[in-house]
Design a binder for this molecule. Structure first.
Ligand code: FMN
Ligand code: ATP
Ligand code: MG
Length: 507
């Protein structure tokens, strides 16, 4: 069988592993369901083209194990369904039909929407399982496994996704290694194909030939960052963020100048709770947030335990505009922060090829196996924050930023990068910074308590706090707010309540 031979003769270890896993899934499905009970959903796209050849190989190998003779092994008896639509590209349509005839596919053409089409199909045929070319990273892959029952509200069948864990690069490695035909649009810069209304060539593959008047594009397999395969697809409205207060674009940055944005910080570390090691980052992070006008509502310390992290993240993300979490990131048994974040959002960890590439640069050969645990990130909600000064991008899951800093110097660097990124994107809106004034007094707590309580009522827009460094030393009074004039007025109001010289200003 030519596909099996091409992969077995290749020296691409990663591709071999992906191939073997996919073939395993296909063979399990063929063992679970009779041939009349399975169908292949084929639409001429690159992923379904990969799947077609995997199914051909999988069926061949499965049948070969069952019978001694080679007779009939090259046929492909799996029912193939194609949802034909007038909004499909003509190239996709003709490729689908040509491929069907080349490989003798028994095609059922369905001219209904997916759901109604499947309802009709399942009524007329004994189908129980459908092979799909869905991959992690596709918007529809979130939450799916290799075997996933159809969703509630859909007719009942098993979705079988043999290439769920394949990356964009794996897809192209396979198609090129096996030298099989694929739809011609992929040679002209299309990297993911939807309808004629929502799909254009991927601008990242554009040749700079604007002077010639006709823009041309490089082939899809040259796209180096697979995460951008959908860059040529019209955007759907993205999921709602953790909070509407975080700006969604540069235009909004200014409009937040005077609004209130809140953050919290979560430190993950048993050693902090044992008292062996102090939280290095919390206080610095609070000061930094304050300096850009954000209010910090809470800092917490949680154990290196998935559920503890998940519960805290879940709580904080729903009441804050941004949550910062640090500690517990890496390959150690105690590094559970990303699992906790994933659990808080109800998603799983999935391999992220781009992140893996960064880690590979950083730790080289120590990056073992085909599945790098450190390159698993919360699926469908992760954004990598790139900055030239960062060896590995920071991870942002909706309104949760995972900091990898372990000390203040590293935090300074990461904060600077975050700030610079915020300048050109919507990351952290810069607000009017807080200003602070401090007074000290030798007056007793009892003398100051009542007038200070009244002052707080008179200046509800300011934070007026009191603390002392020792029970018998001087009392420190802090005034924090965004309006210098208001702070001055509050201080003067306080002076008027006591004898002159009762307070002195402190730095
Ligand atoms: C054979 C088949 C089965 C599908 N099963 C489901 C399903 O169980 N649940 C679901 O939400 N969508 C299901 N879909 C729809 C897809 O998840 C998804 O909406 C569709 O492929 C997206 O295509 P679009 O980007 O062109 O809208 C199915 C689609 C096909 C072709
Ligand atoms: N019109 C359709 N008819 C049959 N199956 C479909 C159709 N649209 C989608 N599918 C199924 O859903 C899978 C995922 O679709 P998706 O568009 O992500 O991948 P693709 O079309 O194979 O490749 P590409 O990402 O390049 O468009 C397909 O591989 C196929 O199994
Ligand atoms: Mg497609």
């Amino acid at each position: 069988m030519e596909i099996d031979k091409a992969i077995r003769e290749s020296d691409d270890r990663r591709l071999k592993t992906k191939y073997e896993n996919a073939i395993y899934v296909i063979q399990r499905a063929l063992a679970l369901y009779s041939i009349e009970e399975v169908a292949f959903s084929f639409n001429g796209g690159k992923d379904s083209t990969v799947l077609l050849h995997l199914l051909r190989a999988g069926y061949f190998l499965y049948k070969g194990e069952q019978s001694c003779s080679e007779e009939g092994l090259n046929e492909f008896p799996i029912r193939t369904i194609y949802f034909e639509s007038p909004s499909a590209f003509p190239e996709i349509n003709s490729f689908t039909y040509d491929t069907a005839s080349t490989y003798g596919l028994q095609m059922d053409i369905i001219r209904l929407d997916f759901k109604s089409g499947l309802e009709a199909l399942l009524k007329s045929k004994p189908i129980r399982a459908i092979f799909l070319g869905v991959r992690i990273g596709d918007p529809t892959a979130v939450g799916q496994e290799q075997f996933s029952p159809s969703s509630p509200g859909w007719p009942p069948f098993m979705r079988v996704n043999p290439i769920l864990d394949w990356s964009y690069r794996d897809v192209w490695a396979f198609l090129l290694k096996c030298k099989v035909q694929y739809c011609s649009l992929y040679d002209h810069g299309y990297t993911s194909i939807g309808s004629i209304y929502d799909t254009t060539p991927n601008a990242l593959l554009s040749n700079d030939n604007s002077s010639s008047g006709r823009e041309t594009f490089r082939p899809a397999y040259l796209l180096s960052d697979g995460r951008l395969e959908r860059a040529g697809r019209a955007k759907r409205i993205s999921p709602v963020r953790g909070s509407s207060a975080v700006s969604n674009g540069p235009d909004n940055v200014g409009s937040h100048k005077n609004s209130m944005l809140t953050a919290s910080a979560i430190a993950v570390g048993d050693e902090i709770l044992f008292g062996t090691f102090g939280d290095q980052l919390g206080p610095t992070l609070c000061r930094k947030l304050h300096s850009i006008g954000w209010s910090v509502l809470q800092t917490t310390v949680v154990r290196n335990e998935v559920d503890s992290v998940a519960e805290e993240v879940e709580r904080q993300k729903s009441v804050n505009d941004m949550v910062f979490i640090y500690g517990g990131v890496g390959p150690l048994h105690s590094d559970v922060t990303l699992s906790g974040v994933a659990k808080a959002f109800g998603v799983r960890l999935a391999p992220d090829e781009e992140f893996e590439e960064y880690l590979r640069h950083l730790i080289g050969d120590q990056c073992t196996g085909d599945r790098n645990e450190m390159a698993q990130l919360p699926e469908g909600i992760t954004e990598l924050l790139h900055h030239e000064k960062l060896p590995v991008p920071l991870i942002k899951c909706q309104n949760v930023i995972v900091l990898t800093a372990t000390n203040v110097t590293e935090l300074d660097e990461q904060w600077e990068c975050l700030n610079q990124l915020s300048g050109s994107s919507s990351l952290l809106s810069m607000l009017e910074p807080y200003v602070s004034k401090y007074l000290t007094t030798q007056l007793s707590d009892v003398e100051t308590a009542h007038p200070l309580a009244k002052l707080c009522l008179e200046f509800p827009d300011l934070y007026i706090g009191c603390y002392r460094k020792s029970r018998y030393g001087s009392l420190m009074i802090s005034f924090k707010g965004k309006d210098q004039v208001r702070i001055q007025s509050a201080m003067e109001a306080l002076f008027r309540k006591f004898h002159p010289g009762a307070f002195s200003e402190a730095k």
